[in-house]
Write a protein that binds this ligand. Structure first.
Ligand SMILES: O=C1O[C@H](COP(=O)(O)O)[C@@H](O)[C@H](O)[C@H]1O
Length: 223
């Protein structure tokens, strides 16, 4: 894995937005349409703010989340709402959002329809993921009920996930989908996450799910 360490979080956001824009442009030069998978949570907002202002052929970009919490968009925990607020605005509003949430009581009821929309867009051209201090990435949490299935090389595109560390059910892209991305970036902030990601390399995927995609990834870090 390669490290990019930034003097502060503002510079990280600007520089990472620039890096992602270059990667998207390169992919757009090769393909009619490009898939771009992004995390939710607290870390990526400023990156999305910066990236949303960049001019590129957003109308040829399919944007999807790496994972979603099974909450309505009115919830402050909705990753989709974060995306609409921060990334899918300005020039980037021309991108197509591929939903990871539908209006059913459980993720299981919508899984087939959500998966069918994602499958034709694989492999992911440009992937940005976040990571929790517990070394989860997307919604691949240590101790989650379907983690073993999601880490398998035969895993389906998308799985529901429930975990002790997650207050609501989730849906998540699985390990083979994340690992198959053409260009992978990880955004982390704070010393606790830096120590966690360094430790993750020496642990099993079940203990440290983020380790499955660190091989070719670039880590973007600021304190
Ligand atoms: O719950 C989630 O957590 C991770 C990490 O989020 P952060 O708030 O620690 O930055 C995130 O990557 C994932 O997409 C999200 O659903």
């Amino acid at each position: 894995m390669n490290w990019n360490t930034y003097p502060d979080r503002d510079l990280l956001a600007l520089d990472l937005a620039d890096t992602l824009a270059s990667s998207l442009r390169n992919a757009l030069a090769r393909n009619d349409r490009v898939s771009f998978a992004v995390p939710g949570g607290t870390s990526p907002g400023p990156v999305f703010d910066a990236l949303s202002t960049v001019h590129l052929d957003w109308d040829r970009v399919d944007v999807m989340l790496t994972d979603e919490r099974w909450v309505p968009e009115t919830s402050e925990r909705s990753n989709t709402a974060l995306l609409r607020r921060t990334l899918l605005t300005g020039p980037a509003a021309a991108a197509t959002l591929i939903p990871l949430r539908a209006d059913t009581a459980t993720p299981e009821e919508s899984l087939d329809a959500l998966s069918a929309a994602i499958a034709p867009l694989l492999p992911i051209d440009v992937l940005l993921v976040g990571m929790g201090a517990d070394m989860h990435t997307a919604s691949l949490f240590p101790g989650a009920d379907r983690l073993e299935e999601a880490l398998s090389s035969h895993a389906p595109v998308l799985l529901p996930m429930r975990a002790p560390g997650a207050p609501e059910p989730r849906v998540t892209l699985t390990a083979p989908v994340l690992r198959g991305a053409m260009d992978t970036h990880v955004v982390i902030m704070g010393a606790e996450k830096k120590a966690a990601i360094e430790q993750a390399r020496h642990l099993t995927p079940a203990e440290a799910p983020v380790s499955v995609l660190l091989g070719d990834a670039t880590i973007h870090y600021a304190d």
